[in-house]
Design a protein around this ligand. Structure first.
Ligand code: NDP
Length: 291
């Protein structure tokens, strides 16, 4: 009997450690199914010493792409053929894209997903003054993308002064946008000129869901857009506090969905089914997002 159909599937992988509880697979598998694509997304536990072999393996098996999460976002760059200019500025890659010639391109969609989520609220980034709490991977992606998108000034507030100051130097050097560091002592008062405040720390992440980001509640006010990167649970005490003070609040679920949607389009060439992806995550988290 002649074979009348192909049993080949396109594969996208997630490399991380620990990675078992990462929900990204649920989101992309649901999206592939919604579009009727014969694609699979597999979550793979890869230790740091196995990363080079993992990337070589994805080349050998012709994977369509991959996501990288902790601890690989920086180290993976050395194993790729090309890095996008923004990922280079951020200094980290969360998405690998197989190009037409089968070379591997490193991109960072975290900050882009954040921007898309912010724009959806109607907030205009060009000329805005932003404050970013944290200086880790998420904060780097957000601060650089805000600067590239035309923010007028970025204030970085971080517990570790050295890490915070380094991020400010990188943002200013890479984008030309002024970035200044403020040490985080007690409850940080948001300066009156700031229009966008982002919690890019891990404070509030499951299972520490009662932890509140130390920001002076009297400095939260109407006219301020307060964002949280925490996707699980999306409704954080920080956002509740912001809303109670009359500020607008934006949760981290949108960022997670959109960073995935941007990657999905790059891998498959199809527009991502965003509502399907959001519903899949809400199911995993047992939550409903709020804006
Ligand atoms: P990192 O470990 O790289 O950075 C963590 C940051 O949080 C650091 O700036 C650290 O400060 C700060 N921090 C942690 N605990 C405290 C605390 N108790 N008080 C003050 N500061 C604290 O992590 P990532 O940047 O990769 O991730 C941060 C969060 O962003 C995670 O919760 C992750 O789930 C979320 N995230 C969400 C995404 C989304 O799509 N919604 C995408 C990517 C990440 P210090 O430097 O002083 O240690």
């Amino acid at each position: 009997m002649p074979v009348t159909r192909s049993f080949l599937s396109e594969i996208v992988a997630l490399f991380g450690q620990p990675v078992a509880e990462n929900p990204t697979q649920a989101m992309h598998e649901r999206a592939f199914a919604a579009l009727g694509l014969s694609w699979r997304y597999v979550t793979l536990e890869v230790p740091p010493e196995g990363l080079a072999d993992a990337v070589a393996g994805m080349r050998a098996m012709n994977f369509a792409g991959a996501n990288c999460t902790l601890p690989h976002k920086v180290a993976v760059m050395a194993h790729l053929d090309e890095i996008t200019p923004t990922a280079r500025k951020i200094g980290a890659v969360n998405t690998i894209i197989r190009q037409r010639d089968r070379t591997l391109l490193g991109e960072n969609t975290d900050g882009k997903g954040f921007l898309r989520s912010v724009r959806e609220t109607g907030f205009s980034i060009p000329g805005a003054r932003a404050a970013v709490l944290g200086a880790g991977g998420a904060a780097r992606a957000i601060a650089v993308e805000l600067a590239v998108a035309g923010a007028a000034e970025i204030t970085v507030v971080n517990r570790s002064a050295a890490r915070g100051a380094e991020l400010c130097r990188d943002v200013a050097d890479q984008t030309g946008v002024p970035a200044r560091f403020e040490p985080w002592v007690g409850e940080w008062p948001v300066p009156p000129g700031v229009q966008l405040l982002v919690n890019a720390t891990s404070i509030g992440l499951y299972p520490d869901t009662d932890a509140v980001v130390p920001v002076d509640r009297c400095s939260l006010r109407p006219g301020l857009l307060v964002c949280d990167v925490i996707p699980n649970p999306p409704e954080t005490p920080f956002l509740r506090r912001a809303r109670a003070a009359g500020a607008a609040a934006l949760d981290g679920l949108g960022m997670l969905v959109y960073q995935g949607a941007i990657a999905f389009r790059e891998w498959t060439g199809h527009e991502a089914p965003v509502p399907v992806m959001r519903a899949a995550l809400e199911e995993v988290f047992g939550a409903t997002s709020s804006t």
